[in-house]
Design a protein around this ligand. Structure first.
Ligand code: GAP
Length: 473
């Protein structure tokens, strides 16, 4: 029987593992569902994406500064933010096999009806499971098939809990942050005064966040541990809608122009009022056309003064959290517009978008057409053959370039194989040192996408060649 063709996600996951981008964690123990490690190529690419974001948000804007806050905050932070009460997913258990499901997954599954019943067991608006509906008793568990074994939906908090101190009961219960934003809100007065910022201003942060997701999956799309790249933009009340639209357009342009994602595969989706998170009054998602459908990888939210007001109430430090404008003598709680991107999810969108298969000289080739700025290796450096002094000269080229660029020296296998290995890693350029190099100090440059070798620059021009190509846009 012919093997089933692999989906694009399977192809990416397999390439990512084979080439050391991303691999399941702790595999010697069988791994732990949806936790991943980043290998040598993956970490380079992830850092480059994070650096690009940082340059775009912090370096390019005089009124945006960065912070790096703790992962464990005072637990009251999460009471104030509404996460203890509201950061929940409704879950349904099977009494028979103990499998656990998200309510929205079962709503989707039962929307088409249940065998033996006239109507689906859903609420009047069709958005929730109605456990009192007679059809619910006929609904089978999607895992074991037992009818009538599913419980009513129950709220389950997505925050990971842990304890401070050696004894669990005596210690203080704390949470691993489910978003990086709250660290910025509670620090904002200090950052604003030390950096002498006036609204509108932004505070940016890249860091880990944790959510006890019930249905993680789709490779690195939804994991329990992930990194966020967030920026909180503090404005005078009344200026938030303009800021929201400005940042929605800026963030869309970043993924398209700076990261090279095809615009056909990007769209901006505005949330309907009943889809908003508990803290937002308006929200846009930047969505990518993932193999399983359109889904978000960045959210732009109007959080109003919700978070600051709640922190003011819970900490009793309302005055500290207000901004005082010493020219107009006004005092107010700023409104906040947030841009919140997933670093891992953004990386996945870029990898999926870059993946391609074609033919070179009659042979199939897998190639990652990554933007040169994001490619883990910028240039491969090869001696044509392993003799006649070519390896020594190629090593010298490598030594000259590696301080500034991510270059990779490779002398093993024939030159075609070496090109293929770099194509799979997304390396945009390869320099080959051949016999002519010995005579005139020039090298060939092979372009990953055009496969052309249009010019032979001199070795001492390679730094400028790479700089030009990296900053071409
Ligand atoms: N501070 C707002 C906030 O956290 P969110 O829409 O819940 O908003 C923002 O998350 C982004 O974080 C998402 O667009 C996604 O890229 C990333 N993200 C959220 N949960 C994730 C998960 N379980 N795995 C990977 N990335 C996740």
């Amino acid at each position: 029987m012919a093997a089933k063709p692999k989906s694009r996600m399977e192809l990416i996951a397999s390439l990512a593992k084979r080439r050391g981008f991303v691999m399941p964690t702790s595999e010697i123990y069988g791994g732990i569902g949806s936790s991943y490690d980043y290998g040598p190529l993956g970490i380079e690419m992830k850092r480059k994406l994070a650096d690009l974001w940082w340059r775009e948000m912090v370096r390019k804007h005089e009124n945006i500064v960065g912070v790096d806050t703790a992962i464990i905050y005072h637990p009251n932070t999460w009471v104030a933010s509404g996460h203890v009460e509201g950061f929940t997913d409704p879950l349904i258990d099977c009494r028979q096999c103990k499998a656990r499901f998200r309510e929205d997954d079962l709503v989707e599954r039962f929307a088409g009806g249940v065998k033996g019943a006239d109507e689906p067991p859903l609420s009047a608006d069709g958005k929730h499971i109605d456990p009192a509906h007679p059809a619910y008793a006929l609904a089978p568990c999607p895992h074991c098939g037992t009818k009538g074994s599913l419980t009513a939906p129950r709220s389950f908090n997505l925050m990971f809990r842990t304890w401070i101190g050696p004894v669990e009961e005596a210690g203080e219960q704390v949470y691993l942050r489910p978003e990086t934003a709250q660290g910025i809100y509670v620090d904002y007065p200090q950052v604003q005064t030390t950096a002498r910022l006036k609204p509108p201003f932004g505070i940016a942060q890249i860091g880990k966040a944790f959510r006890n997701e019930i249905t993680p999956g789709n490779f690195i799309f939804r994991t329990r541990e992930f990194e966020q790249m967030e920026m909180q933009y503090f404005v005078k009340p009344g200026e938030e809608i303009e800021a929201l639209h400005y940042w929605k357009d800026e963030r869309h342009a970043f993924w398209r122009d700076a990261c090279g994602i095809r615009d056909d595969n990007l769209r901006v989706y505005e949330h309907a009022p009943d889809e908003l998170a508990h803290y937002a009054t308006n929200a846009f998602d930047i969505e990518y056309r993932f193999p399983f459908g359109w889904d978000e990888f960045e959210g732009i939210h109007n959080r109003t003064d919700y978070d600051l007001r709640r922190h003011a109430q819970h900490s009793g430090k309302e005055r500290d959290l207000q901004y005082f404008d010493d020219q107009t003598r006004e005092r107010y709680l700023p409104y906040v517009v947030e841009t919140s991107a997933g670093l891992n999810r953004g990386l996945l969108a870029i990898l999926l978008d870059a993946y391609d298969e074609d033919e070179v000289e009659g042979n199939p080739r897998v190639v990652l057409r990554l933007d040169p700025k994001l490619a883990p290796i910028t240039a491969g450096i090869f001696p044509l053959i392993k003799k006649d002094g070519l390896p020594e000269l190629a090593r010298k080229v490598y030594q000259d370039l590696h301080r500034e660029f991510d270059v990779f020296y490779d002398e093993s296998g024939n030159i075609g194989r070496r090109y293929r290995r770099q194509d799979e890693a997304g390396t945009p350029f390869c320099f080959t040192i051949d016999h002519r190099t010995l005579a005139d100090q020039t090298v060939t440059i092979r372009d990953r996408d055009t496969l052309e070798q249009p010019e032979r620059p001199k070795i001492d021009q390679l730094t400028n060649v790479l700089r030009d190509r990296l900053f071409a846009k």
